[in-house]
Design a protein around this ligand. Structure first.
Ligand code: HEC
Ligand code: HEC
Ligand code: HEC
Ligand code: HEC
Ligand code: HEC
Ligand code: HEC
Length: 496
């Protein structure tokens, strides 16, 4: 009798191959895991290998060991009829059986522990910001870049996009797999469509951290604008109190109208939800009011139920983590904090134009912005150019930096593709409903009154500020024109 440690049928080529594969993968896993452990900051691709790509090979190795052994066992039995019996005999007094049991036990324990640790790490890894934001580098770059500079930069992608619970986890991974396939094939849409229909209701995501009923009082906001057409720009400041939550007995603040006093739902005519033609408010007593516009398709009949969306946080805060700012805002801000010298003649208009143009790639954009602005100043502002080259170049580099952070031509992601629905200046936002055109059958209108949502407490040029804590009437900056009273701001203002 030969002195084999394990039963005869373990000695076959398939099993050898499986064992070698498993051992090799284990060795690589060990080395990579060590690297991951000691390298400090996690590397996306390393984690991808350790937790997603390699484990199936380990499993395949173990499977091959078993398959080889079973196949061999069958063959041995077929050749030796005296062993042919259906009963499985395990007799621990036979050394080989004992060895087999021991090996299977040890291997199982090791695999179980590895699987548990691996599954846990894999779960965390697929939930990490690195996985969501960096792995699909090109596709997610716009969202990741803007996210990294937002108030929610420490909130994981999955906390808004998926939320807790196994059901949503599985659902997201299934749809994620479809997206991976599209990414590999390069057939994903650009810009990436907003996921509002697949997003979990805000109750289970945003409201895990925010409690809308709790934010009582006003929030002060200050905005500073520079005129674009003058050679030396004028400056205009607006300070407002935003009535975020209830004021006084009526409790009619912005959040209150959504959550405390009314439940609002609506139908949008377009995919981006910028045109709203039907709105329903149900108050605390259960009284329904329906508001429609003149040309609404639902003036005579109710809209189909699957088109009606209950309004939640994301219908106003549509860009809590991925805000693509408009050229006008970006340049105003850069001029305000001195990154761009406001003394450069016509720099606002020129910089805004350079940002707003459509380019084919980031590199093309950067080259065109640099060349275009330099050319303009060298040719059209030759006297200024001669004495201020260094200042000009510094300003142009700032414009390039701004471009890189908020514009993503490869993915066609920019402010006019992904409007922010807070406000009403450069996209309809609140005025999608509060435009004074949405009426109920008994003649009520969703308010467009300028004091409904905020009070202007100060405005004016730096040396001539008007202040009144009880409120000032809006004064349109730079151009003396009353058309804002009847025309919506975003009909003239598009961010450029
Ligand atoms: C604070 C919550 C929040 C966080 C954190 C968050 N997102 Fe989003 N994200 C949203 C909302 C809300 C939308 C949809 C806006 C809409 O429907 O108008 C969105 C949309 C998107 C879109 C669709 C394209 C777009 O810009 O509308 C992508 C892609 C995306 N997010 C990826 C990510 C990635 C990657 C991360 C992590 C790096 C992340 N998100 C983190 C809330 C969040
Ligand atoms: C994991 C917790 C968490 C989740 C989930 C979360 N937030 Fe926040 N949010 C925060 C924190 C913390 C801050 C304050 C950040 C700061 O002050 O810098 C904040 C700030 C804000 C602000 C004010 C600052 C700003 O950028 O305007 C808004 C608005 C906001 N969140 C909306 C949302 C919305 C809408 C969602 C759901 C799509 C959401 N949040 C989900 C934690 C969260
Ligand atoms: C009707 C539109 C609307 C809805 C719906 C809405 N908000 Fe707001 N929210 C606002 C406005 C307007 C502000 C004022 C700040 C601003 O203009 O950016 C604000 C401010 C906030 C702030 C910042 C408050 C501060 O102290 O700075 C947070 C946080 C916030 N909202 C969270 C939420 C959450 C969470 C939800 C959903 C439960 C929600 N909001 C629903 C319009 C809305
Ligand atoms: C989908 C339509 C819709 C959008 C978008 C919308 N609202 Fe409203 N809002 C309503 C309706 C409907 C009412 C009136 C409820 C009623 O009394 O019947 C209302 C009422 C209000 C009120 C209370 C008005 C009062 O006279 O007491 C405030 C404040 C308000 N909205 C703020 C906002 C702000 C700020 C935004 C944008 C960030 C916004 N709303 C966006 C539908 C909308
Ligand atoms: C339904 C609510 C609502 C009504 C009505 C409303 N506003 Fe606003 N307004 C907002 C919100 C919300 C913001 C944006 C705050 C932000 O950007 O965070 C805003 C911003 C502004 C700003 C700053 C512009 C910017 O985005 O930099 C001005 C100026 C302004 N409003 C003037 C007016 C005037 C004038 C009227 C009357 C014709 C008016 N608003 C009516 C809600 C409203
Ligand atoms: C009929 C067109 C028209 C309407 C409607 C209009 N504006 Fe303007 N707005 C202008 C023009 C023109 C300028 C001057 C641009 C310049 O000098 O840079 C301007 C400038 C501004 C600026 C400073 C711009 C900057 O580049 O920083 C603000 C802020 C502004 N408007 C707010 C509003 C608000 C808020 C509303 C709605 C209540 C509104 N406007 C409605 C035409 C309009």
């Amino acid at each position: 009798m030969d002195k084999k440690f394990l039963p005869e049928y373990f000695y076959n080529r398939i099993t050898y191959f499986g064992a070698a594969l498993a051992a090799l993968v284990l060795l690589i896993e060990g080395i990579l895991f060590g690297m991951d452990l000691f390298s400090g900051n996690a590397n996306v691709y390393l984690s991808l290998f350790i937790y997603i790509i390699l484990p199936p090979f380990l499993a395949a190795g173990v499977l091959l060991v078993a398959v080889g052994a079973l196949r061999r066992r069958r063959r041995i039995r077929l050749n030796l009829p005296e062993h042919r019996e259906d009963r499985l005999v395990i007799d621990l007094s036979i050394p080989r059986h004992r060895n087999t049991a021991f090996v299977i036990f040890v291997v199982s324990v090791i695999l179980l522990v590895l699987t548990a640790v691996g599954a846990y790490k894999a779960f965390h890894y697929t939930e990490s910001v690195n996985f969501c934001g960096l792995l699909c580098h090109k596709v997610m770059k716009p969202e990741y870049t803007t996210y990294s500079g937002s108030s929610h930069a420490r909130v994981k992608c999955v906390e808004c996009h998926i939320g807790g619970g196994a059901g949503w986890y599985v659902r997201s991974k299934v749809s994620g797999l479809r997206q991976v396939i599209k990414t590999v094939q390069g057939t994903y849409p650009r810009p990436v469509p907003v996921p509002i229909h697949d997003l979990r209701p805000a109750k289970e995501t945003c409201e895990e951290c925010h409690w809308p009923g709790k934010l009582f009082g006003d929030v002060e906001q200050e905005r500073v604008y520079f005129s674009g057409e003058d050679t030396t720009p004028s400056r205009w400041t607006v300070r407002m109190l935003m009535h975020v939550s209830g004021r006084g007995q009526e409790n009619n603040g912005i959040h209150a109208h959504m959550y405390v006093n009314n439940k609002v739902s609506y139908v949008a005519d377009d995919e981006k939800r910028q045109k709203i033609s039907w709105v329903k408010a149900v108050d605390k007593k259960g009284v329904e009011t329906i508001y429609t516009v003149k040309d609404s398709p639902y003036n005579k009949s109710l809209p189909p139920q699957d088109k009606v969306r209950p309004m939640d946080c994301m219908d106003c805060h549509s860009r809590p983590a991925h805000k693509f700012e408009s050229p006008v805002r970006l340049i105003n801000r850069a001029m305000l904090d001195g990154r761009i010298n406001a003394g450069i003649p016509l720099i606002k208009a020129k910089a805004v134009d350079a940002l707003a143009k459509k380019y084919v790639s980031e590199k093309a954009a950067v080259d065109a912005i640099r060349a275009g602005l330099l050319k303009y100043y060298a040719e059209k502002q030759a006297v200024y150019y001669a004495g201020h080259q260094q200042e000009l170049r510094a300003a142009i580099e700032q414009v390039v930096l701004i471009y890189r952070h908020d514009f993503f031509p490869e993915m066609k992601a920019r402010w006019d593709e992904y409007p922010d629905n807070i406000g009403h200046w450069i996209s309809p936002g609140c005025f999608r409903c509060h435009d004074g055109e949405h009426r109920s059958s008994d003649g009520r209108v969703i308010s467009r009154n300028c004091d409904t949502c905020h009070t202007i407490i100060a405005h004016g040029a730096p040396d001539n500020m008007q202040k009144n804590i009880d409120g000032l009437p809006f004064q349109h900056p730079f151009v003396d024109d009353d058309s804002w009273k009847t025309t919506n701001c975003s009909d003239c203002h598009s961010g450029t």
